[in-house]
Design a protein around this ligand. Structure first.
Ligand SMILES: Nc1ncnc2c1ncn2[C@@H]1O[C@H](COP(=O)(O)OP(=O)(O)OP(=O)(O)O)[C@@H](O)[C@H]1O
Ligand SMILES: [Mg+2]
Length: 361
């Protein structure tokens, strides 16, 4: 006897409240739209973002931006998934979402249901913007020394061909520009190396007193060149922190070099170390090292952006001194890698102070 085909298993109806329970497990805002275009269910993330009492409201009234309305209408008319960009100004910031309108399949299609979900793409767009700015800035930074070089090459080939005095002068400028380009590439590589290891905290025991003394010795020619006296004050005994000695030397090198460049000629640079037994947000004792100059100081409007790549208060002046505008960005990343902090205080006419806080445990 042939075996009769087994009847299709009927799908039992969902117990009341189960749909809401499932939706609440989805972290992204999700709403379910019924056949008549009204919201049938919404999860907590959706209510937090779009407001309470969503149920029963027309979807086109909740998502009323033109691009969103078009996406919903298109999806429902053609039965195809559509997407739209949605800008939702919240109380504290502008959020950008990618909205996906998905007409349901199977039993959901028979009931005319559509699922609308929102994905927060604000941070992706922000990262994209940072990347675009970085590439634009870097191209500009590389192009300016190249423009100088090509200009002088033209002059040396043409009008200054037989002018020995001009040739020597131009070659010196060209050498300086080529060196600056080399420094720029070096700084960029250094920055990307630190960033690549950002999550790996360095653990070698490093004596910061020795690091500061080594840095000041290396910078002696620059200090003497500007007639600047450097003083280092520290409590007795080693100031040991877990760290990467070369990178920490780089931190103090960049800070003291800035104090020399932007401090007043004939002035002084003071480096002071102390131990903070407790500090807000830090688990244990912290070594604080302050680098202070008596230069012209920095206008407070610049302080929040000072550690950004390529940010300079006076770019003409910084470039003229061979700067790349990456020094403080490198400092910030190295300090972050050491789970430390950087504090900047400055007032115009009163000098500047940069303090590095490094945890001892
Ligand atoms: N001690 C300081 N006093 C006044 N301004 C400062 C001081 N340190 C930094 N600045 C300002 O911050 C800007 C950024 O500093 P940063 O060290 O990142 O770049 P830079 O010194 O211009 O170039 P680089 O360090 O790559 O040679 C400087 O151009 C300068 O305008
Ligand atoms: Mg610098």
């Amino acid at each position: 006897m042939p075996i009769p085909p087994s009847p299709a298993t009927p799908v039992p109806p969902l117990p009341a409240g189960l749909l809401e329970a499932i939706l609440s497990g989805v972290p992204e805002p999700v709403v379910l739209v019924g056949a008549e275009g009204r919201i049938a269910a919404a999860n907590r993330a959706a209510t937090e973002l779009l407001g309470p009492r969503l149920q029963g409201q027309p979807a086109l009234a909740v998502f009323r931006q033109p691009e969103a309305v078009a996406a919903i209408e298109r999806a429902r008319a053609a039965g195809e998934e559509t997407q739209a960009r949605l800008n939702l100004p919240t109380r504290s910031f502008d959020a950008t979402y990618r909205m996906t309108v998905h007409p349901c399949d199977g039993a959901g299609a028979a009931a005319g249901l559509t699922v609308i979900s929102l994905a927060d793409i604000g941070h992706i767009e922000e990262a994209e913007q940072i990347r675009r700015d970085f590439v634009a800035n870097m191209s500009h930074e590389l192009r300016s020394p190249l423009t100088v070089l090509t200009g002088f090459i033209e002059t040396l080939k043409g009008p200054a061909r037989n002018d020995a005095e001009a040739r020597a002068r131009f070659l010196a400028i060209m050498e300086g520009e080529a060196q600056r380009m080399n420094r720029l590439i070096g700084d960029l590589l250094q920055l990307s190396r630190v960033e690549a290891n950002q999550r790996v905290r360095p653990r070698d025991p490093v004596d910061l007193a020795e690091v500061v003394r080594t840095t000041l010795t290396a910078l002696r020619p620059q200090l003497e060149g500007r007639g600047i006296a450097a003083a280092f004050t520290a409590p007795d005994g080693p100031l040991t922190v877990p760290g990467d000695r070369d990178q920490l030397i780089q931190v103090f090198h960049n800070l003291v070099e800035n104090a020399i460049k932007y401090g007043s000629a004939g002035g002084s640079v003071r480096v002071t170390a102390r131990i903070e037994p407790q500090m807000v947000g830090m688990a244990g004792p912290v070594v604080a090292i302050e680098v202070a100059d008596r230069g012209e100081g920095i206008d407070p409007v610049h302080l929040p952006r000072l550690t950004e790549r390529f940010y300079r208060v006076d770019s003409h002046r910084s470039r003229a001194m061979g700067g790349t505008g990456l020094g403080l960005a490198i400092v910030k990343h190295i300090v972050q890698r050491h789970r430390g902090r950087l504090a900047i205080r400055s007032a115009r006419g009163e000098g500047s102070s940069f303090t590095v806080f490094l945890p001892q445990v």
